[in-house]
Design a protein around this ligand. Sequence first.
Ligand SMILES: [Zn+2]
Ligand SMILES: [Zn+2]
Length: 322
Amino acid sequence: MYRYFISLLIFWVAHLGLTATAQPLAADEFRVTLLGTGSPAPAMNRFGPGVLIQAGGKNLLIDCGRGTTQRLWQAGLKLGQVDAVLLTHLHSDHVVGLPDLWLTGWLEAAYAQRKGPLVVLGPVGTQNLMDGLQQAFAWDIKARIADQGLSPEAIKSSVTEIQPGPVYNSGGVTVTAIEVNHGDLLHPAFGYRIDYGRRSVTVSGDTRLTDNLIKHASGTDLLIHQVAAVRPELLKLPTFQVIMAHHTSPEEAGIVFSRVKPKLAVFYHFVLLGTPTVPPVTEKEVLDRTRTTYPGPLIIGEDRMAFQIEPDRVTQMPPRSP
Ligand SMILES: [Zn+2]
Ligand SMILES: [Zn+2]
């Protein structure tokens, strides 16, 4: 009887959350989903940075911030279906979801089922990060191999520490790492351009306004860009000066968009700074300030927004049910 209840419990746990309905990709579809559009702030409406790129039968994940694992499942993907994680840089808000994706994706449950090592591409330091996670979670890994018979192979990670240039080529999908400027002490930091046939998306990562991103993003269909803003009266605070010096303001982002001329520009990774007495810049103000330098197509991104890159246009997909 006891064993029966245990197996029932295992069944229930294994199928928890199976209500997430997969929206299969049409043949030749190129889909981009914003999994998280937030910053380190522990907000419920904006999880940590994460962008899912799906094309050519590949599922690529750019960054793995807080909540990426939940958002992946909401997007209809098993955690084990991520073909590669591409890290823009190693700031914690961009990688703090990685142990969750790596460890939870290893489980046998229907939402997980990774069959081999987690493939991770990122800057120098990425190998150290993954080695450290192996050590930090040694007890769990050893226990689950011995107790649940999980695959020792599938809890490994396969890390490539990348340089600027082509870093991935599979299923007709090519990824180019673009060196960006996140500040003198914060390198290397990358943006990524993903090309599939004649269509492409570029994700900025964290950067100041830099010509190198504009150069490599040139001609891209969809440009997903971070934005940071603070009210002028708070700019005298050294902490905020440092943060602003590492990011792109709305007016600067508008300059980038005007030069790149994407079919659609989308903001993600909102770093909107405030204090208990001075409220943060609003999203409406971000939009208005961007409009001073860019009149073209622009969307304030939200978690779970998805886009289709078609040969002649970029369209926003209808919102998904919870
Ligand atoms: Zn950063
Ligand atoms: Zn960041």
